[in-house]
Design a protein around this ligand. Structure first.
Ligand code: PLP
Length: 371
């Protein structure tokens, strides 16, 4: 699905130098590289505060801890997402309330969110799925109307840009009270291990989240709140700081590959290309087809036989996961998400796809669905 080796070869000198500097300095935790990367990411995203943490799941957990929610408070998430989004809600003793998604963009349906709001609702966690922002303007109006927090799950969408009706543009993760991202190796800005970051423009929330990520500690060995241990280590920060200047070029490479796929598949009656939001750019963490007029699993097998990886993100919506079974929900409650789980197929998507590979992939797909 990704080609991290070729990507590394292009910037090997910078990455190797950054890692070597960390080893030479022996500042493995909270070193200069971490503060450098934090600053550069603040500049890139326009977020007032970037708080580097251990991974994207921790970012989400720390964000929710900082909001001071109480057991039983409801947090709304889409049912079609990676499990981490709801996992942290459940872990904290909060109540996950899941909603359906849109067929075209596969992002959270604003209408479903509106219907799910109760007096106990405290926060909405929109997921910018596959690299495209959810409908933030409508979600933010809804949140304002009902006094709710928004915590963006921007783990798949770093660098995506959302245009508001007044023409202002903001990046994924910098629109809600808090935004979270992941630097897992296959994410659009990936390190060589685990990593994540939290974004906020709120000074007080930033201070609280910095403390929570560090055992709830503000003054050394004085713990003002219950915290966790979650940090981005210096070697990962060195890798990320070397890659960040290339992020826009990486996004463009993904968009070029997506355009190639679109051209090959657009108008085909057996499958649908990813729907686009009117307000967000798409940074294509995944290029996800909906296979509506052919056998999705047979297509996946045919691709695998040709040596082309293809993945199903995601085969089971949250409300149908064993660990999240809940008498409030049953099969059939979220028809769009359930239908997507049956028909989605993500094709290889990364920064190093060349024309020859794209021609081979699209040719193999087209041949397989004709059968
Ligand atoms: C990757 C991902 C996460 C979790 O990030 P990790 O760094 O793996 O913990 C959370 N939400 C979504 C939507 C993701 O894609």
């Amino acid at each position: 699905m990704v080609d991290l080796q070729s990507q590394y070869q292009r910037i090997k000198a910078d990455i190797d130098r950054g890692i070597q500097e960390v080893i030479d300095s022996a500042a493995f935790i909270k070193g200069q590289k971490v503060s450098d990367f934090q600053q550069h990411l603040e500049q890139y995203t326009g977020a007032k505060h970037v708080i580097p943490v251990g991974n994207g799941t921790d970012a989400l957990q720390i964000a929710l801890m900082a909001l001071g929610l109480k057991p039983g408070d409801e947090v709304i998430t889409p049912t079609f997402t990676f499990i981490a989004t709801a996992e942290v809600v459940a872990l904290l003793g909060l109540t996950p309330v899941v909603v359906d998604v849109e067929w075209d963009t596969m992002n959270m349906s604003v209408e479903s969110v509106r219907r799910a709001i109760t007096p106990r609702t405290k926060a909405i966690v929109p997921v910018h799925l596959f690299g495209q922002c959810a409908e933030m303007d409508a979600l933010m109006s809804l949140a304002k109307e009902h006094g709710l927090y928004i915590v963006e799950d921007a783990c798949q969408a770093i660098g995506a840009r959302y245009t508001f009706p007044d023409g202002s543009v903001r990046q994924a993760g910098t629109m809600g009270e808090i935004g979270c991202t992941s630097f897992f190796p296959s994410k659009n800005l990936g390190c060589y291990g685990d990593g994540g970051a939290i974004f906020t423009n709120d000074d007080e929330l930033a201070a609280r989240m910095r403390a929570i990520a560090n055992h709830g500690m503000v003054v050394r060995y004085h713990h003002d709140m219950i915290g966790v241990n979650s940090r981005l280590d210096s070697i990962q920060a060195a890798v990320l700081d070397a890659k960040l200047p290339h992020l826009d070029a990486y996004i463009e490479a993904r968009q070029r590959a997506a355009a190639y796929y679109d051209k090959a598949f657009g108008g085909n009656e057996r499958l649908l290309i990813p729907g686009r939001s009117e307000h967000s750019t798409h940074v294509f963490h995944q290029y996800t087809l909906r296979v509506t007029g052919a056998d999705r699993d047979a297509l996946r097998n045919a691709l695998q036989e040709a040596g082309i990886p293809a993945m199903i993100y995601y085969p089971v919506p949250l409300h149908m996961q064993k660990a999240y079974q809940d008498p409030r929900y049953r099969e059939g409650d979220f028809p769009v998400a359930e239908r997507l789980a049956q028909c989605v197929l993500s094709l290889p998507m990364h920064t190093e796809l060349d024309e020859e590979q794209l021609a081979f992939i699209t040719g193999t797909v087209l041949k397989a669905i004709e059968k």
